[in-house]
Each structure stands twice: as C-alpha cells, then as structure tokens.
Design a protein around this ligand. Structure first.
Ligand SMILES: NC(=O)c1ccc[n+]([C@@H]2O[C@H](COP(=O)([O-])OP(=O)(O)OC[C@H]3O[C@@H](n4cnc5c(N)ncnc54)[C@H](O)[C@@H]3O)[C@@H](O)[C@H]2O)c1
Ligand SMILES: O=C[C@H](O)CS(=O)(=O)O
Length: 492
C-alpha cells in the first residue's frame, strides 16, 4: 500500500481507498494481484487497486442481488434521503474528491472541482426523480375491466465507465439506478478508480444499505465478461468508445439485457458568416479544450464559412495561445496532460496525417516542452476532408479548421460521419437556426452555446454514438420495467 498522504494533499485521507467495496466490506483480490494507478502529469504511481477476476465480480453481483428486495421496498422518499445525504457529503468533501481526481486523471483542479459538483447534481436530480416514477391508467377497452400501467425497478445494474470523467459518468448511471430502487455493481476505468472508490466511502457514510453500492476494479475482459454474461444483471449502462460498446452489446445479447450505450462522438462545430465571432470563439474554446480535448462532446471538427474563416482563425489562435499547460495541481493551469502515452501518439498521428494532406499549423502542433503526456494546444487550418481527423475522434487538444461555402454543404459535412452525439453551430438568422438544427443528425445540438451538459437534459447520441439517454426525467426510465395490469371482474 502506498501512503497517499505523501502524494495527494487530502484533509480526509480515508477517502482514498486501495481496496474494493463488495457487500459492505473493503476487500482485496483473492489472487492478491493489484493494478498500479499513475498520475498522468508525472507518471508516478499514486496507488494500487485490486485486480478482481470473475469470481469476485460474481460475488459483487450476488451482493447487489441480495440487497435488492429491501432497497426496492423502501419508499422512494426514504431512498431520496440517503441519496441527498450522499450528494451533501460530496459537496462537503469536494476539495478532497477534486484532488483525488486531478491526481489520477490529470484535469486542472478547478475543472475537477466542477466535475465533483456536476457529479453530485446527478444524485440530487435523480433522488427527486425517483419520487416521480409515475404510471398511467388507460381507458378500459371492455366493460368490467380496468387498465393500469405501473413501473418497477429493473433489478441489478452494472455500470462500466471511462477515465475522462471519473466521477460524473458514475453518478449519471448509479444515481438513477439507485433512485429507481435498483442495486448495482460499478466497474470504473483502471486509470481512474479512486474517484469511484471515494464515492463508495461516501455512500457508506450516507447510510446506503450494504450491497446497494458495490465497486470493483480489475481487468476489463474478466470483470466485463461476468457483468455482461451473468443473468442477475438486468441492465448494463456503459460509457466509452463505440468499439467497446459494440463488443458489450454482443455479450449482453445472450441474456437479453436492457442496455444504455453512451459512446464516441465526432462533434462538428459550425461557424456561419452571420455568427457573433467572439461568442463563437468562446464556445469553441469551452467545447474543444475542456479536459484537454478528452470529452465525448468536444468539438472535433470546426467548420467555418468562407467569409469569416480568416477572422475566426486569428481570434481562435489568440485565445488558444492564452491557455496554460501544466500539472492540474499547479495554480493557473488550464490544460492538463493527456491520459497516457498512447493518447499523445494518437494526437501526433492525426496532426501528421493532416499536415501530409495539406493542412497548416496555426499554433501548437507538437509535444509540449514539459514532456511526458503534455501536448501543445493546437489549431490547424486548411484541413482537407480526407484527413483522418475528419472521420475519427482525436480526443486531444487539436482544433482542425475546415472551410465551407453554403449552409447545405455545412450540414452535409457535419452529418458525414457514423457518429451522432453532439453538434454545435453559431448563427444569428432565425430561419437558418431552425433549418440547421433540424438538419443535424445529432442527439445534442448547441446553438450559440459551447457547453451543453447538465443533469436536467437528455444526454445521448444518434447513430453509432449510442442507445438510450442519461440525465433528465428520461434517465430513470432506463432502470425501470413497465408492467400493465388488466383488471377484470369490476362490473361496470
Ligand atoms: N457518450 C458519452 O456520454 C461518453 C462519455 C464519456 C466518454 N465517451 C467515450 O469514451 C471513450 C473514451 O473513454 P475510454 O478510452 O475509457 O473508452 P473505452 O471504451 O476504451 O473504455 C471504457 C470503459 O470500458 C472498459 N472496457 C474496455 N474494454 C472492455 C471489455 N471488453 N469489457 C468490459 N469493459 C471494457 C474500460 O476499462 C473502461 O472502463 C471515447 O470514445 C469517448 O467519446 C462517451
Ligand atoms: O465525455 C463526455 C461526457 O459526457 C462529459 S460531460 O457530461 O459533457 O461533462
């Protein structure tokens, strides 16, 4: 065990757990094996987590199943009390939760704190949505009959989450699951397990009954196989790449699980001639460079209309050159490191490919002088449609500018991808705003807005960006079964 106090300054070091939480116990893997977790800013190991296998995953599932009857039998308002206590504890411990997140994920401390608040907002929102799981009555189709529709918790859920938002991607799943009366097993990414384990510590302190929340870490193959094959799991909620989502969907087919898939994106960010350019630059900065470009809804392709192309490029260059790259713990830093060396290589490859096909560097374009996983915030101009960056998610701090002439061309280019998560555009003309909004094949459209995520809205994608919605009143439906009661013998 590493002494965390030497690595991460925490007011409450007990929040940092190098163990898993199963059936209310903090445990190690039967094999004794562990996975080292590194700080992406320094490469140093900040701690180790158990490398659980199939047997321990099964134990976690069985613990959740054992806890289910009592949790579902609780009144929704009593579950809400526990969930609001959890959210309050997240707020009280936000400084520590943010420090843990920055240490394992790399994002600047202020952004990490923002994510903790955002993460708690899903618990708060769904605590109350759980009290509004309404059924319906349907006018009788025959004399003497009544038709009633109710909704029930689906059962035990599994949540498999990525490293880019180590806290919020968990609560966006577990929040509605717990509020609906389900119990679950959470399996966070191996790069960022400590934020998830800290949530389990707080859930325990909030009085969540044993077995309602289980958190396991371990190789994705072994844990994933059990979570997708075990018939006790009735719902899998996954956030991650489209490639892995496809594999998990296939694995879930054997036991016909309900699934939610929050997958990859390739967001277009369109700037029309009539846009407010200063606002468009602010929106592009927020959308593109948040989390160093490692966000599923990050602008991946910036499409700029001919008439404002040069002016927009100049303004964006100036804004990007104002970003400060460095370790997330350092004051004033706005761009942390990429998650690992592979991510840096991918960004480099996308830039090299674009340059080889005729693009030019406006600013940045290479590894940062700080070394390691740091990369210069980059803007590329004159990027051709044939560049890899047009078709693939870069997941890094690169803004490639593409030129277009007409509204039709912009919509066609924007939709020319198998992804359909988020899109953004800046325009003033009302007719254009409606035409473009309706023409975009995306689940989320930011219009004169670069930041679109909040607990109140339905978050999810069209096409190969996923299935289902998280957040809003729709998010809880993913954890419910619908039951129709045909009641006869009434008389009238
Ligand atoms: N749509 C959304 O809401 C959303 C949100 C965040 C991230 N993402 C996407 O996630 C990707 C980046 O995250 P990532 O690199 O962690 O994605 P990833 O698909 O590689 O991994 C996601 C999670 O799945 C696990 N995993 C990988 N293979 C598995 C398997 N065979 N069985 C079970 N689990 C497995 C990983 O360990 C991780 O916990 C990007 O494509 C991004 O767009 C989407
Ligand atoms: O990475 C994608 C996320 O969904 C992050 S956020 O919800 O937009 O903050």
């Amino acid at each position: 065990m590493l002494d965390v106090t030497a690595k991460i300054p925490l007011k409450d070091p007990d929040l940092f757990r190098q163990a898993n939480y199963i059936a209310g116990q903090w445990v190690q893997a039967e094999s004794g094996k562990t996975i080292a977790v590194r700080n992406p800013a320094t490469g140093e190991v900040i701690g180790n987590v158990p490398a659980m296998g199939q047997a321990e995953t099964r134990r976690a599932i069985e613990a959740a199943n054992a806890a289910w009857p009592a949790w579902r039998a609780m009144l929704a308002k009593d579950r809400a009390v526990v969930l609001h206590r959890l959210a309050a504890l997240m707020h009280e411990n936000a400084d520590d939760l943010a420090a843990i997140m920055t240490a394992e994920q790399g994002k600047p401390l202020a952004e990490a704190k923002g994510e903790v608040v955002y993460s708690a907002s899903f618990i708060e929102w769904f605590a109350d949505e759980g009290r509004r799981v309404y059924g319906e009555t349907i006018p009788q189709n025959a004399k003497g009959r009544r038709i009633i529709v109710t909704k029930e918790p689906i059962g035990v859920f599994a949540a498999i989450t990525p490293w880019n938002f180590p806290s919020a991607m968990i609560t966006r799943k577990a929040g509605p699951g717990w509020a609906a009366g389900c119990t679950g097993v959470i399996r966070p990414a191996s790069q960022t397990p400590f934020s998830a384990l800290a949530i389990a510590v707080l859930a325990e302190r909030a009085g969540m009954p044993t077995g309602v929340c289980n958190v396991i870490t371990g190789p994705s193959g072994e844990t994933g196989k059990e979570l997708t094959a075990n018939p006790i799991i009735r719902k899998l909620s996954f956030t991650g790449s489209t490639e892995v989502g496809r594999v998990l969907l296939a694995q879930c087919a054997a036991t016909i699980k309900k699934t939610s898939m929050e997958l990859g994106g390739n967001a277009p960010f369109i700037v029309f001639d009539d846009a407010d350019l200063d606002q468009a630059v602010l929106g592009a900065m927020a959308s593109k460079y948040r989390n160093t470009g490692q966000t599923c809804v990050c602008a991946n392709r910036i499409l700029v209309q001919d008439g404002v192309y040069d002016a927009f490029a100049a303004k964006l260059k100036a804004a990007v050159e104002g970003l400060k790259v460095g370790p997330g713990m350092e004051p004033g830093v706005t761009q942390g490191p990429l998650i690992n060396a592979d991510a840096v290589t991918k960004v480099e490859e996308h830039i090299a490919d674009a340059l080889a096909k005729g693009a030019t560097v406006v600013t940045g374009g290479k590894r940062h002088a700080r070394g390691g996983n740091f990369f210069e915030p980059t803007v590329l101009a004159n990027v051709p449609r044939a560049a890899k960056i047009f078709g693939e998610e870069t997941f890094g701090p690169v803004a490639p500018l593409f030129r277009f002439k007409t509204e039709e061309e912009a919509i066609r280019l924007a939709n020319d991808t198998e992804f359909g998560l988020a899109a953004y555009f800046y325009a003033r003309d009302v007719g254009r705003i409606f035409r473009v909004a309706e023409g975009l094949e995306y689940g989320i459209v930011g219009i004169n807005e670069g930041i679109i995520s909040t607990a109140e809205v339905p978050f999810g994608g069209f096409k190969q960006s996923g299935l289902g919605r998280e957040g809003s009143h729709m998010g809880i439906e993913e954890y419910l079964e619908v039951k129709y009661l045909a009641l006869g013998g009434i008389g009238a």
